[in-house]
Design a protein around this ligand. Structure first.
Ligand code: ADP
Ligand code: MG
Length: 288
């Protein structure tokens, strides 16, 4: 039988806006010693602002943004949303005839009968489009039109206000290791991990690479210690399932992520993770 205090712990967690899908996950949460975070939408707001548009090769900057916004028009990735927000014109669906989103890379679309690519280095390389390397700080969206480089859009995201305090409290609660995984550039990943005091980061990862990193970290775990993965759900379902405890940001997260997760945060605040782990540890001590 399940001791009553388990339900007390689950009830206490739900008052924090943390839904734990069963008493076994409360126990699993109490034994977490490694916390792995996704970056965009999890540690950062996931609402990017376009900070610069650099058009090249005789492309007009407004035209560059228009092509990018049309190519992104079917995507609900935080990056796509920001590009559409920065574009002041109307999206004309008749201009778009084909769209393919490539997870962890970007989008490929036919706009005005031209092949438009909007995404990172990996997307450009996968389609054989040449691009200019860029030293700027920020998340860079390269744009290519008919295989020719058209320029880039620089976007910036900000860390959530309670992200740094979350990392500090996790370490103070005895969490041995914090890790951030991202599909974004190493420069951006390094700046975020330094700002937040995260122990380790891995950048430029495709969704499958994130699973591989989690498996590597799981193999290095000490006996009886658990690994938690926290994600916002965009392409995160496989890692959420693979971790000992999968934690999804519920308010922004996708249904697939909420389904795959063991713990759901109702308000997308990372600080509720440190609160939930502390509560789980207190509850387990009462039980034992
Ligand atoms: P994170 O790992 O930080 O959560 P994602 O895996 O969602 O980020 O995306 C990784 C990278 O893939 C982004 O930094 C961006 O370069 C590129 N990308 C993903 N989706 C899009 C999109 N819709 N448009 C442009 N670029 C994208
Ligand atoms: Mg993400």
């Amino acid at each position: 039988s399940v001791p009553l205090s388990f339900f007390g712990g689950i009830g206490g967690a739900s008052k924090l806006g943390v839904l734990v899908k069963g008493s076994n996950y409360l126990e699993a949460l109490a034994k977490v010693d490694t916390v792995v975070f996704d970056k965009t939408g999890t540690l950062t707001n996931g609402s990017f602002n376009v900070v610069a548009v650099h058009a090249e090769n005789d492309v007009d900057p407004d035209e560059l943004l228009a092509f990018a916004a049309h190519a992104e028009s079917y995507s609900d990735h935080p990056i796509a949303v920001s590009v559409k927000q920065a574009y002041s014109g109307q999206i004309d669906q008749a201009r778009i005839s084909e769209v393919r989103e490539e997870a962890g890379r970007g989008v490929a679309a036919i706009v005005d009968e031209r092949e438009v690519l909007v995404g990172n280095d990996k997307l450009m390389a996968a389609h054989g489009a040449s691009f200019t390397d860029c030293e700027l700080v920020g998340t860079i969206l390269h744009v290519a039109i008919d295989g020719a480089y058209a320029g880039h859009i620089v976007i910036a995201d900000v860390v959530k206000p309670d992200a740094a305090e979350t990392i500090e409290r996790l370490h103070a609660a005895g969490v041995r290791k914090t890790v951030m995984l991202t599909g974004d550039r190493a420069e951006v990943a390094q700046a975020v991990t330094e700002e937040l005091g995260i122990d380790e980061f891995h950048a430029q990862l495709l969704p499958a690479d994130k699973v591989e990193q989690v498996e590597r970290l799981l193999a290095a775990q000490t006996d009886g210690a658990n690994l938690a993965f926290v994600g916002d759900g965009i392409n995160d379902a496989p890692v959420l399932t693979r971790a000992d405890v999968g934690i999804a940001m519920g308010a922004m997260g996708s249904d697939a992520a909420i389904e795959a997760a063991d713990v759901v945060l109702m308000d997308d605040k990372p600080s509720n993770i440190s609160r939930a782990i502390r509560l789980a540890r207190r509850t387990m001590r009462i039980v034992w």
